[in-house]
Design a protein around this ligand. Sequence first.
Ligand code: XMP
Length: 510
Amino acid sequence: MTTEQILILDFGSQYTQLIARRVRELDVYCEIHPYNHIPPITPDIKGVILSGSPCSVRDADAPFIDLTQFRGKLPLLGVCYGAQMLAQRNGGEVKPSTIREYGRAKLGTVNEDSPLLHGIDQHSQVWMSHGDTIMQLPDDFRVIASTDTVRVAAFDIAGEATYGIQFHPEVTHSLQGKALLKNFVVDICGASQNWTSESFVETTVAQLAEKLGDDKVVMGLSGGVDSSVAAMLIHRAIGKNLYCIFVDNGLLRKDEFEDVLESYRHLGLNVKGVDAKELFYTGLAGLTDPEAKRKAIGKTFIEVFDQEAHLIEDVKWLGQGTIYPDVIESVSVKGPSATIKSHHNVGGLPDFMKLKVVEPLNTLFKDEVRAVGRTLEIPNAILGRHPFPGPGLGIRILGDITPDKVAILQEVDALFINGLKREGLYDQVWQAGAMLLPVQSVGVMGDERTYERVVALRAVTSVDGMTADWAHLPYEFLADISNEIINRVKGVNRVVYDISSKPPATIEWE
Ligand code: XMP
């Protein structure tokens, strides 16, 4: 089965993924490929977008492609560097900007005759971000939009569906950027807007059924969104031949093992819960260094998973919840060869498992995974869950880990998370949790002097976890939660709230 799509060629811009997001928001499928790994041009490809780049077209080692393979054959849109490359490689002139061309700007003149600019307002706000500028266009190119300072804000070529824009339509500060992209993708390329989560589910389940046939698939579930949605897709395709494994590593949230297992069974998944708490605690005994703890947890997980997988006779595939941002080949702007990000989910698997990998979500962004999850009728309790790290409470208990400490932190965490839910704050924060600190402090309870543990609460707002701000939770809420924790969790007499942003801090403390 083939999918109509837009090809986005990446020249290393920080905004390339955003272009893909915007095209997908138009219900049109697209793929990002490095400029030096162009896939075969099949009839499914309806048009090509050339991304921006941190390089300058004036550099001797700047990344270029042979434009004749696309010009006049497929609709072509160059964005920023892509536009400058189109101009310069066809005989125009690109020079360093003499005035600042960064930030918001207003289009002064807009030529609405050009199909790219249909419906775009005369004074539309756009986002500029470039150090070079197009001084001179090739003879057959014409200017279709300018700003006060940038004469060639946009251009087209008579009789050809080739366009260039020096601003960034994919950034939300370009207020009509999405309308412009729609003009290109839908009107100029003629892409049909039928890429929806329903169509994704339908085609993916059919493809999985064909690919997997009667083969057995094993998959580790974490209770998180990605692995749950991936499992449900595979389940729809092959039913009981999907063998799911959910491991209790002793570092999960309070009651999480039982609750999540129950929801999976409710969804009809063939899932086995494996209680491996003791093995994990043994592997972690005496370890205090965060990386050593992460490694020990990862190693034990692989041992347990491998042992369980061997119990499934003749299993051929390993299911994974890898998503698109993990697999997009990111361009090395320094050299000719593309560097490819390793699949972090796959990284730790031992070679001897010799399983083929099936990753049904590896073309989706996170919000698309949630939309697919809703189409599959996965309950919101799973889809709306905060992210939770693989090593779990193991990296929230600072220093060495013991079952007693886990029990204390589980109680604190549960009070905090339930409080957030009760007060309607859970969905307003991106991630929340508690840290057990390796210090004790003096307190007083009744007439008694106490010397007990300190816990730190952490709640952040974020889009993708790459950067984050501390959540400005109401003081009354923090006061109530602090009281509740100190009164109800034996062994804790002090609660602090983490007010660090990322960067420079990280979300987790270890
Ligand atoms: P940091 O602490 O780096 O976390 O700001 C960013 C996001 O990643 C999660 N995280 C992890 N997830 N294994 C995981 O699966 C890990 O070792 C790990 N460390 C951090 C963290 O919870 C946050 O969502």
